[in-house]
Design a protein around this ligand. Structure first.
Ligand code: RP5
Length: 163
């Protein structure tokens, strides 16, 4: 199969309130030189928008979808049901249950429709970008190299002894 070197990442989130977390995904993707688009798509408030996005994601050149959602957090699973593009779910830290609801909802997909689930909140948002870069890097050598360099500099930044 021919490799598409221009695949982008879609960052989607259920609400404006998720953006303070998902901004970190954007920042990390910028650092890694990965192209992306960001949208608010709610599975329950804008189901038609979600459907249209998911069924056209492949033809719109998206290679990975990162979906942030909180509470019952069905957005990543619903998108994954509509496309075979890899979907990574970021459980947003909810006020009442501190994101445990979001985490379990995203992680506990029944067999057949997978969602790659990251950690709750900021760590998950950042790791989703790194994992997306890793997937995009399979078909884009520039992104792969940037990811390798980023990981190298992370390793170098760890001091050998505590002060
Ligand atoms: C979910 O409900 C969103 O992903 C968000 O995390 C949560 C709360 O949304 P708002 O009430 O802040 O719009 O759909």
């Amino acid at each position: 199969m021919k490799k598409n070197k221009n695949l982008k990442v879609a960052i989607v989130m259920g609400s404006q309130s998720d953006y303070k977390t998902m901004k970190l995904t954007e920042k990390m993707l910028i650092d890694l030189g990965v192209k992306f688009e960001t949208k608010i798509i709610s599975a329950h408030r804008t189901p038609k928008r979600m459907y249209e996005f998911a069924i056209s994601a492949k033809e719109n050149n998206f290679g990975v979808v990162i979906a942030g959602a909180g509470g019952s957090a069905h957005l990543p699973g619903m998108i994954s049901a509509l496309t075979t593009i890899p979907v990574l779910g970021v459980p947003i830290e909810s006020k009442k249950l501190k994101g445990l609801d979001s985490l379990l909802s995203i992680a506990q997909m029944p067999k057949g429709i997978p969602v790659g689930t990251l950690a709750i909140g900021e760590d998950g948002a950042i790791n989703a970008a790194i994992l997306a870069a890793s997937i995009i890097g399979n078909s884009n050598s520039i992104v792969k190299k940037r990811l390798e360099n980023w990981r190298l500099s992370q390793s170098k930044s760890v001091k050998k002894r505590p002060k």
